[in-house]
Design a binder for this molecule. Structure first.
Ligand code: MG
Ligand code: ZN
Length: 388
């Protein structure tokens, strides 16, 4: 049946294409320039099959700059030629937190600080990861914080308050996320309600690993299973103290998702640039920035070779009011902080791959959600009101 159907289809296309070609060739002789511009247009509508979204938590422009100078005046970020700025404010506060920031990216709605994929009325709102699931794309989350921390949580959980970590962990069981890797094992298997979510994940068909039982690098992710890996009991340690999984975990996750054939969405977070900002510790910021950028380098290598993957990099907000002072030299940065919390400055967005042009300009953080939907070619939905 099938070969015959294909043959009939082929015949149909062949004959109809032929007719349209005749018509087209007349047009070409009349207006070659318009055909040339049509060709350019059709090149631009190439849609990415996959989106890799990377969030450097707390990664303002000074954090990027400090990382760049400390890394010999060079970052992989410079390979991304399309650059924009987003307005990071939350619905009810000019200075956002990571929960409202990630919810804006994940759901396209500004909300209150502390909200995990719920709107200002604490009503659950669908995330791009959940929508990707319903469209049969493979999905993933990788983070250097606990996997239930605000940034990754806002893609997969719904909670009125970001610190309800055990409730957020339980929400992972309500989804079919294909791969997740991050810290916080204790929220899964040392819980007040006595549930062992790692065992529940296994019963659900997941391949489950953790730092205690197996090295991530030695694990082969099975193609027929979803995969969960917990990198630490609580918060993962800083990169400067030996945490080194972000690059390998990200590549491992990406390759596993790519095997599932339908395209994928993954969010990868460098969580601790923010923690360096809260600690007013420039060395902490820089080492986390470089860890994130090294991961980006490997991700860009993969995506460039793939050719069907859009990579977008941004931050939720800046942290620390971090500044590089006038006494600085390339080899010795003298830095200062105006805050131990986040600031309201606009945040850079970098894009590379099919549809990268969408990310030019200055726009609200919520637009990143709509731009990603548009890049995938999903049906348009109306943007929600942004400010209360
Ligand atoms: Mg975070
Ligand atoms: Zn923070």
């Amino acid at each position: 049946m099938k070969p015959l159907m294909f043959f009939t289809l082929f015949l149909f296309c062949f004959s109809s294409c032929n007719t349209s070609k005749k018509v087209e060739s007349q047009v070409i002789t009349k207006a070659e320039t318009s055909v040339i511009s049509m060709k350019t247009d059709s090149k631009e509508v190439k849609k990415p099959k996959n989106i890799i979204f990377m969030i450097g938590d707390g990664m303002g422009l000074s954090q990027i700059t400090a990382g760049m100078y400390a890394n010999g005046d060079k970052l992989h970020l410079e390979r991304m030629k399309t650059i924009g700025l987003h307005k990071s404010h939350a619905a009810t506060a000019l200075v956002t937190d990571s929960a409202a920031g990630a919810t804006a990216f994940a759901c396209g709605q500004k909300t209150y600080n502390g909200a995990i994929a719920v709107n200002v009325d604490t009503i659950s709102i669908p995330t791009i990861l959940e929508e990707a699931e319903t469209k049969n794309l493979a999905t993933g989350l990788v983070s250097t914080s606990t996997i239930v921390h605000a940034t990754p949580a806002s893609y997969i959980a719904h909670n009125k308050y970001r610190r309800n970590y055990e409730e957020i962990a339980a929400d992972f069981l309500k989804t079919e996320i294909d791969v997740f890797i991050g810290g916080g094992a204790k929220y899964f298997n040392n819980r007040e309600d006595g549930r062992d979510l790692l065992e529940e994940l296994r019963l659900k068909g997941y391949q489950v690993g953790d730092y205690f039982n197996n090295e991530l690098d030695t694990i082969q992710i099975r193609e027929d299973k979803n995969f969960a890996y917990l990198t630490s009991l609580d918060d993962p340690i800083p990169a400067a103290q030996g945490r080194d999984y972000l690059k390998n975990a990200s590549l491992k996750a990406i390759k596993a998702l790519d095997k599932k054939d339908n395209g994928f969405f993954i969010m990868i977070e460098g969580s601790q640039i923010d923690w360096g900002g809260h600690a007013n510790d420039a060395d902490y910021i820089i080492s986390e920035m470089i860890d994130f950028d090294n991961t980006l380098g490997a991700v860009l290598d993969w995506a460039e070779q793939d050719g069907e993957t859009l990579v977008v990099v941004t931050a939720d907000h800046e942290t620390g009011g971090f500044a590089i002072q006038k006494e600085s030299t390339r080899d010795n940065l003298v830095t200062a902080f105006t805050s131990d919390y986040h600031t309201a400055e606009m945040i850079c967005v970098f894009a590379h791959g099919p549809q990268e042009e969408l990310f030019k300009g200055i726009y609200d953080n919520t637009e990143i959600y709509y731009k990603m939907r548009e890049a995938y070619g999903w049906p348009k939905i109306a943007a929600k009101a942004n400010m209360r």
